[in-house]
Design a protein around this ligand. Sequence first.
Ligand SMILES: Cc1cc2nc3c(=O)[nH]c(=O)nc-3n(C[C@H](O)[C@H](O)[C@H](O)COP(=O)(O)O)c2cc1C
Length: 270
Amino acid sequence: MKIEKIKLIYFSPTGSTGRILEYISEGLNAPVENIDLTRPDFTPKKEDTFGEELAVIGIPVYVGRVPALAAKRLRELKGSNTPAVLVVVYGNRAYEDVLIELSDIVSAQGFKPIAGGAFVAEHSFSSIEVPIARGRPDEFDKAKAVEFGKEVREKLLKENSILDLAAVAFPGNRPYREPFPTGRERPRPSSPDTFEEKCTKCGRCEEVCPAAAITIGSSVDTKKEDCIKCYACIKSCPTGARVMRDQWFVSHTKVLHDNLVKRREPETFL
Ligand SMILES: Cc1cc2nc3c(=O)[nH]c(=O)nc-3n(C[C@H](O)[C@H](O)[C@H](O)COP(=O)(O)O)c2cc1C
């Protein structure tokens, strides 16, 4: 099977999942179309019903699960036995059962997972002061992603039709990991705060929020119940006016910084 076209489908609030998909597409070496599920104005177009092209579907890992908003938006897509490469991106802690969960979600939508990978990127909670997997994906991660793209391309070229392609087995378990089992403290509804004296009301935070939780009027108003804590507003604020001060996130970030010292490497499944 020759790859005529690739559709990169991603939910990527702070951009690293999108970047890893781009690297994989370099190795796949075919014309690319982007379908960005991150923004709240995402609505599937008629041409987002998928046929014989290759779909590369990427999401970040949130508390060992597929982010709920990403799952909701993926469930609006319709494949037609469309071959799919599944990519999960995580912040050097763990990706738990997320490849299996993502595979279940997209299979129910008519996609056929034929390969997958778990890649590492800088943790959304990371900062210069409290770094976690800082600088990743780096050159090594990029080379691995490009190589993975080439391997998928070779796998497809060996077969005459999608029907000949074997489904791929991913590591993980069902039922999927419970993010907050009894006894583990669950964060309260919270969101980053805005330091009014630093804020220029440029509108960037409102624009990048995947959950449409931010409204800018005479001040910046954030609906705590809707905030998904993706840190997109914090990372994109040009004046550093958005800051997460909720104690659960401040101390959890410190724990991750202290404990995630061992570098985890990308893993691929073909
Ligand atoms: C709410 C939240 C929960 C997260 N949970 C995990 C996790 O369980 N394991 C992990 O290794 N990284 C976790 N991360 C880190 C992200 O998976 C990682 O930074 C990813 O690269 C973000 O993707 P993006 O840049 O495309 O938004 C979490 C990030 C956020 C915002």
